[in-house]
Write a protein that binds this ligand. Structure first.
Ligand SMILES: [Zn+2]
Ligand SMILES: [Zn+2]
Length: 328
């Protein structure tokens, strides 16, 4: 197999050839047809996340076809199209796993972080954490569903079913999927981008936002909730100022720059500030059932696998509309 390998954070990924990984008991071998590039991959490569298993093959928005089955796997057959997400392993017995919060498992394993991921042409994965992907959408278009879609969906659920006026800070891969679901649910999306990023603002309006503007502007009306996808800590006080009493601010990213101090008055009034961490398999089942009925359309920019470094740089510099997807 060919893979783009991270040997050390802060370095470029290196193209390597390895023997094909063989599925152990309970695993499937997947021949990869597309893998999305997520901001979390960037945080792994740049060293913002400090617990990678090294060397590691990044990538956790994997779409491919089952090409071999390990012992005991009966949920899939060779030839099935499957998706592999960020949550790659849980212990199954900690208090979180036992209470339906496996996203918070004490001993988790994450794809592309501790478990080799999808910046490759083959991988193996625990079959219990893979999802069937029926439907007509192309592999490259479905890939961003596996994280941007799932985490975006979980963030939207956390923003509250009755939050009609929804702010979204940072309009990339996750936001453009969430905006489509929000519109489907008859919510109003207010999109906040980096100041002056008129390309992202136009993209947000295209995706159904009723308003788009700079993140240092105030919202045109009081919001019921806001989701922050941009990894920028100063957006937390901005979002708290934008939501009404009882409003909810959800941080959808895994890493953020430092949050500046802010007066208690902007949290007062029973405003809620929370993060969203990882996903549960139930989130995936819920989202993957909903997305094709809308249907969620993803805007992607394709890169050959060998150009993973260029794809990461495009994401780092904000020069992407929608999601970057690697094709082996
Ligand atoms: Zn656990
Ligand atoms: Zn991700």
């Amino acid at each position: 197999m060919r893979a783009m390998l991270l040997e050390k954070p802060g370095q470029l990924l290196k193209l390597v050839q390895r023997p094909d990984p063989q599925p152990g008991p309970g695993q499937v071998q997947v021949t990869i047809s597309a893998c999305g590039v997520c901001r979390t991959d960037l945080h792994v490569v740049d060293g913002d996340l400090t617990e990678p298993r090294l060397p590691i093959i990044p990538g956790h928005e994997i779409v491919g076809t089952v090409s071999a089955l390990g012992a005991g796997v009966d949920a899939f057959a060779v030839g099935d199209r499957v998706g592999i997400p960020w949550l790659g392993h849980t212990c199954g017995c900690c208090s979180y796993c036992e209470s339906g919060a496996e996203n918070l498992c004490d001993e988790p394993g994450f794809t592309g972080y501790q478990i080799d991921g999808g910046f490759a042409d083959k991988t193996v994965a625990d079959a219990r954490f893979c999802f069937p992907l029926p439907g007509e959408q192309r592999d490259t278009e479905v890939a961003p569903w596996l994280c941007a879609g799932l985490i975006g969906y979980r963030s939207l659920v956390m923003a509250g079913a009755n939050s009609r006026r929804l702010g979204i800070y940072g309009f990339g891969a996750a936001a453009h999927i969430v905006a489509q679901i929000a519109r489907f649910q008859q919510r109003e999306v207010y999109a906040f981008t980096s100041p002056g990023d008129t390309t992202a603002q136009a993209f947000a309006l295209d995706m159904g936002a009723v308003w788009a503007g700079d993140s240092d502007q105030s919202a045109p009306c009081e919001l019921d909730a806001a989701i922050i996808f941009a990894p920028v800590g100063k957006l937390i006080p901005a979002a708290l100022r934008a939501v009404r009493k009882g409003g909810i601010v959800v941080c959808g990213g895994i890493h953020m720059s430092e949050i500046p101090g802010f007066p208690y008055t902007i949290l007062w009034g029973e405003r809620v500030l929370r993060s969203v961490a990882n996903l549960t398999r139930q989130d995936a089942l819920d989202f993957l059932a909903l997305a094709p009925t809308i249907p969620v359309q993803t805007t992607i920019e394709e890169f050959p696998l060998e150009q993973a470094n260029e794809a990461l740089q495009a994401l780092r510099s904000g020069n992407l509309t929608g999601a970057a997807v690697l094709r082996p």
